[in-house]
Design a protein around this ligand. Structure first.
Ligand code: SAH
Ligand code: SF4
Ligand code: F3S
Length: 464
């Protein structure tokens, strides 16, 4: 059973929230947050913003006018880390001009010793740093800074679950709902298991309760989050897996779409696809990262499936849900990837015909096994492969998007668009982006719309 943070421990954090709220009373303080990385981090930031609001802070989009600035960081690739360091670096002037500003750093980078040392040494403007495991203790940590401690660093903590933290969600009809935390898979390239700890699942009744609250509050699209949602429940000792959870959540009354991410091919199963196909509120959309089309590379990535097994999963999903929208993640240039290995990746992309791909150049992460694997391909080789892949995928997307021309679809209107001709954005059940025009709807409405034209990035529609 996963460890849950006790009521007393949480209560003490609420005491700090109250203490900070009375210190802040009448001061009209502002807080700015910036999130790097995945949806998990976005969901975490929403909890920090919830706590900040209860401490009396108003949120601002402008770091320059903020009294409290927080970066929630990502360590998955070097680029993400560089951007975070760049952002913090550029705040040193602000800190000189307004020394009372508190600059804080949290998230996956903050959970790594090497980054903590670097921040201690070279970024004196950061006065608060806490790791992913200390998130629920944010109020007591901030209290220490506000009451005079020069620098507070805390990367301790267990693989636990804190229920009932305040939350301030992004505006709009969509909400994140974490169903589990951490990862046990240790793909050899990936830092996530080291910075997020072991897999732990929330209890199904807590998840259902939160879903019911979201639906009552008017949310229309709920995305269930976890690094590998298909292994949901394994640690609970209850007789429940992810397919069961989907069925349970599908029974919650209301008009909404349920999405989930991310699925791991080694744990995705015909049982899951049956549940998806049979649950009317579960969107027919699947993000199933395959990373590489070469069995040898998959073996060295420790992914524990073959390209043939992956193809079989896709075939099963398509048999049960013919209109399913498919997306995937691919790493190009994993150490030792040969031209033949890469050709197999391209072949898989051409065969499956994904609606959307997230492609990444391999980035060595200190502390992961692959960082010490021998690598023969030059950066130029890798770049060339990367560009070939993008080109192939662009052609696939163009033809898949074009096939929507003239179709009538149910859409969820989720925001405003830039152009005047199609003033709203919406999503298909498959999560494709649509720009919409027409009358008699608002953000958060489900509408029937007809696709008028298509482009690579967007479909264009008018409401019927
Ligand atoms: N848990 C999810 C995703 C985690 S990170 C999953 O397993 O699918 C999101 C994506 O980042 C991964 O799917 C992978 O394609 C990419 N990624 C992870 N580590 C990387 C690295 N070191 N270099 C390049 N891409 C990486
Ligand atoms: Fe990383 Fe693999 Fe876990 Fe995904 S499943 S978070 S890629 S270790
Ligand atoms: Fe990045 Fe951490 Fe997510 S490393 S991808 S923010 S789990």
């Amino acid at each position: 059973m996963p460890v849950t943070v006790s009521d007393e421990q949480l209560q003490s954090q609420f005491t700090y929230i109250d203490a900070i709220a009375s210190m802040n009373n009448g001061k009209q303080l502002r807080a700015y947050t910036h999130t790097f990385g995945c949806q998990q981090n976005e969901a975490d930031t929403e909890h920090i913003r919830g706590m900040l609001r209860e401490m009396g802070y108003t949120m601002t989009e402008d770091a320059n006018e903020a009294d409290f600035i927080l970066f929630n960081t990502c360590a998955v690739r070097e680029h993400a880390e560089d951007r975070a360091f760049g952002n913090i670096g550029s705040l040193s002037h602000l800190k000189k001009r307004r020394p009372e500003v508190i600059i804080a750093l949290c998230g996956c980078m903050a959970q790594q010793e090497k980054n903590v040392e670097k921040i201690k040494r070279s970024y004196p403007q950061v006065s608060l740093l806490f790791g992913t495991h200390a998130l629920w203790r944010f109020p007591s940590l901030l209290y220490r800074v506000l009451t005079g401690e020069k620098r507070v660093f805390d990367i301790n903590g267990e693989d636990d679950i804190a229920e009932g933290l305040p939350v301030l969600r992004a505006q709009g009809p969509k909400a994140w709902l974490s169903i589990m935390y951490g990862c046990n898979n240790f793909c050899t390239y990936c830092i996530v298991p080291y910075v997020r700890g072991r897999e732990r699942s929330r209890r199904p009744e807590e998840i259902e309760k939160e879903l019911r609250e979201l639906i009552t509050a008017g949310y229309k699209e709920i995305t269930l989050l976890g690094q590998n949602v298909n292994s949901y429940g394994k640690d609970l000792g209850l007789d429940i897996d992810f397919a069961d959870l989907l069925r349970r959540l599908n029974a919650v009354p209301g008009d909404f779409w349920l999405r989930f991410m991310t699925s791991h091919p080694k744990d995705a199963s015909p049982r899951l696809f049956d549940a998806m196909a049979q649950c009317d509120k579960v969107a027919k959309q699947l993000h199933l990262p395959f990373q590489s089309g070469s069995d040898e590379i998959l073996r060295r990535m420790n992914r524990r499936y073959t390209a043939a097994e992956y193809r079989a999963l896709i075939a099963d999903a398509r048999t049960k849900m013919p209109d399913i929208t498919l997306s995937s993640d691919i790493i190009v240039g994993f150490p030792g990837e040969t031209e033949q290995d890469f050709e197999q990746t391209l072949q898989l992309v051409e065969d499956v015909q994904f609606d959307l791909l997230f492609t990444f150049l391999y980035s060595p992460r200190t502390g992961t096994p692959a960082a010490s694997y021998e690598d023969n391909a030059t950066p130029q080789d890798k770049q060339r492969r990367f560009e070939r892949l993008l080109k192939v995928q662009d052609e696939i997307v163009a033809s898949r998007q074009a096939a929507y021309q003239g179709k009538t679809l149910r859409l969820l209107v989720d925001g405003t668009a830039k152009g005047p001709d199609y003033p709203f954005t919406a999503r298909t059940e498959g999560n494709l982006l649509v720009c919409v025009r027409g009358e008699g709807f608002e953000i958060g409405s489900f509408i029937e719309a007809k696709i008028e034209k298509t482009s690579l990035r967007c479909l264009f529609a008018h409401k019927l």
